[in-house]
Design a protein around this ligand. Structure first.
Ligand code: MN
Length: 451
């Protein structure tokens, strides 16, 4: 599509491509939206127009395939990593517009009237989740030191009328908050719900601290992201968003949050977590509530695509002839990495394996293949492991290294990493690894042969 300026814009595009399923049947917030979204996952977005007890519709599965994310960026699907890397290197500053021009400021709910679960259809997704969760909200906050903004997504438990329990892992937002908390203050934060897939993708950039992910979104789109200053806090938010919750992460407050079904398809445990108090809500006329089904293709790809770009960049610093990388869906788009490369020197594939372990701590199993193997085809990857790998020579194992704490087979994240060098030895005889081939296969259209 030409311009992906807003969620509504994107929905229009999906509708034209017959990739939007409009569900008019009455659905419950409890599990039913999640179950229907799961059935549509990887195929169509689900627009639920008749949610029990609510006027506001729910959108689930905004983009659930690589092709859809590529469509949102107006690029070919094999250019995702390159496009993302270019955007990281050349971010585009946002354009600040007036409140009266900003669709998201069409309506304001004041503090005394805030009642999250009454006002918005916030679903319960999995059987043992502790309750209703906001899963697709962009958390935007300003670094108290540099003044630069940060964007990230966190699971947000509805803990009261104006209260959210948040899982904030020790990254950028966490550091902003800790700096404030040590000074006895809270951190102003906006939760932005209902945005286009480019903004969702940009929010997951493996960017350095001080890099505003909204500026990455601008670079991905090729034009400045329009932002507006929040009504009650000094944070700029996308002006075309559907809903913005304005609030504060409270200092010295921790409350029970979880369990919650997470991306590895297991529950993240209950524990004491940070609390966000909501002061004001702004929203468009007839807002659309957006949810991301945890562990869905959407959730996994949002984590995977930006990671692939950063990992590709790091691997090429070690071996410049790395062609492409793929964080596979079955490996939760985090733990399993496939790499294709042109091996010029014996041993390079093993260096790539070691670089992959270092590139991101989540990477656990790595398969390296020659460049002609299609790493986006799992059958091809398995074929390479089956026919080009010998465990005594081609396996790299590193024990007791840090991986994902959400991988239950680790000891608090500490575990083993394994690499499979499935590249053909450079001194192999010409026919030894010659792939069988049928001349004319690629150009033959079988429909021309069938009566
Ligand atoms: Mn960041």
């Amino acid at each position: 599509m030409d311009r992906c300026e807003s969620l509504r814009n994107w929905l229009h595009h999906l509708e034209e491509k017959s990739e939007l399923a409009t569900i008019e049947k009455k659905v419950s917030l409890n599990y039913e939206i999640a179950a229907a979204a799961k059935k549509l996952d990887g195929k169509k977005a689900g627009y639920f127009s008749n949610v029990e007890e609510y006027k506001t519709p729910v959108l689930a599965g905004t983009a659930t395939t690589r092709q859809q994310f590529a469509d949102a960026l107006n690029i070919d699907v094999d250019k995702l990593s390159k496009t993302f890397l270019d955007a990281l290197k050349q971010p585009l500053p946002c354009h600040l517009i007036e409140s009266k021009q900003a669709p998201v400021h069409e309506n304001i709910i004041e503090k005394k009237d805030v009642d999250l679960l009454h006002q918005f259809p916030i679903p319960v997704h999995h059987e043992k989740d502790s309750g209703n969760y906001i899963t697709g909200g962009l958390a935007i906050a300003k670094d108290p030191v540099t003044g630069k903004q940060n964007v990230s997504i966190h699971r947000l438990q509805i803990s009261g009328k104006d209260r959210l329990g948040a899982l904030i892992l020790p990254r950028h937002l966490y550091n902003f908050f800790k700096n404030k908390e040590e000074a006895g203050e809270g951190l102003d934060i906006a939760i932005v719900i209902g945005v286009d897939p480019v903004l969702l993708l940009a929010s997951q950039a493996i960017a350095s601290v001080g890099q505003d992910e909204l500026e990455v979104a601008g670079a991905l789109k090729g034009y400045e992201e329009q932002v507006v200053k929040c009504k009650t806090i000094d944070v700029d938010v996308p002006a075309n968003a559907e809903i913005v919750l304005e609030g504060k992460i409270l200092p010295e407050v921790r409350e029970t949050e979880g369990p919650f079904g997470e991306f590895p398809k297991y529950y993240g445990p209950e524990s004491k977590k940070e609390v966000i108090e909501i002061n004001t809500i702004t929203h468009r006329n007839n807002p659309i509530y957006q949810t991301i089904l945890p562990a869905s293709y959407e959730h996994l790809l949002l984590g995977g695509i930006p990671r692939e770009a950063s990992i590709l960049n790091k691997l090429r610093e070690t071996v410049p002839t790395v062609k492409d990388v793929h964080l596979t869906i079955g490996g939760t788009c985090r733990y399993h990495l496939a790499v294709s490369m042109k091996k010029r020197n014996e041993g390079e594939a093993k260096n790539v394996i070691l670089a992959a372990f270092a590139a991101h701590y989540d990477v656990k199993h790595v398969v390296v293949v020659d460049e002609e193997v299609d790493i986006f085809n799992m059958e091809e990857i398995e074929w390479a492991v089956a026919t080009r790998f010998q465990a005594d020579k081609d396996m790299v194992v590193v024990h007791d290294s840090l991986g994902s704490k959400l991988d239950p087979s680790t000891d608090q994240g500490v575990g083993s990493k394994v690499g499979f060098d499935c590249t053909v030895p450079l001194n192999a005889q010409p026919m030894e690894y010659e792939r069988i081939r049928i001349p004319g296969l690629e150009d033959l259209n079988i429909d021309d042969y069938i009566k």
